[in-house]
Design a protein around this ligand. Structure first.
Ligand code: PCA
Length: 216
């Protein structure tokens, strides 16, 4: 295993500076623990996402895929447990489309679980003071769509595939009405993504058996 595809998203709605795309650009071309990172920024466009993702997968031929997106309001970085075969957009994509209750892929499974060692990543974060957690839903917007698509396209492959939501950065939090939404500095978020890549690439055997569930 030595190739990692890291995706982030471009601008959408109120997210003019999407930190997920910024981190994908920062890490593009870097080597992390012997793994070559290919960073790609994909558009928040429900029709363009599949060709953009397929091209990135074909170009990188990754052993590990980490998809990232911003989730303003979340308290900390969160590894998503599951991708569902639903598009039910609460806001339009950048082309103005708002699919409601449409599948991501027709005649495909209801859901795919992450194949990243999410508990091991959260454990590694916590050991270095990064407050992360396992999230039980990636929503029904573009982040869920790209996660579902990546798992679907790579379902026969041994590649590990998962999705990571990051919180807003301080400039974005400072721009909203009081009280501010939670935020983490971009360098701290980059460190979280680096560590996620490193653990995803190096972890051997089953994921750690530590709690990460939620009551609701
Ligand atoms: N976040 C959105 C889509 C793009 C992004 O960065 C989401 O969570 O679905």
């Amino acid at each position: 295993m030595n190739r990692v595809l890291l995706t982030g998203f471009g601008a959408y709605a109120d997210e003019a500076d999407n930190p997920s795309g910024a981190i994908a650009r920062r890490l593009d071309g870097q080597r992390i623990d012997g793994f070559d990172v290919s960073g790609a920024v994909v558009p928040v466009d429900t029709e363009q996402i599949r060709p953009a993702l397929s091209a990135a997968i074909e170009f990188t031929r990754p052993d590990v895929v980490i998809l990232t997106g911003v989730a303003p309001g979340r308290t900390a970085p969160a590894l998503e447990r599951v991708a569902i075969n639903v598009r039910d957009f609460p806001i339009p994509d950048i082309a103005g489309r708002t699919p409601i209750d449409e599948p991501v892929v027709t005649d495909a499974p209801a859901a795919y679980f992450t194949t990243l060692p999410v508990k091991a990543i959260v454990d590694a974060w916590r050991r270095v003071g990064i407050p992360g957690y396992v999230s039980q839903t990636a929503g029904t917007y573009l982040c869920n769509q790209v996660f579902y698509l990546a798992r679907h396209l790579l379902r026969e492959s041994t590649a590990r595939v998962g999705m990571l939501h990051i919180p807003a950065t301080p400039p974005r939090a400072a721009a909203v009405a009081m009280p501010p939404i939670p935020s983490m500095a971009i360098d701290h978020l980059e460190e979280a993504v680096r560590l996620a890549i490193s653990i995803a690439a190096r972890h051997e055997g089953p994921d750690l058996s530590i709690g990460g569930g939620a009551i609701s």
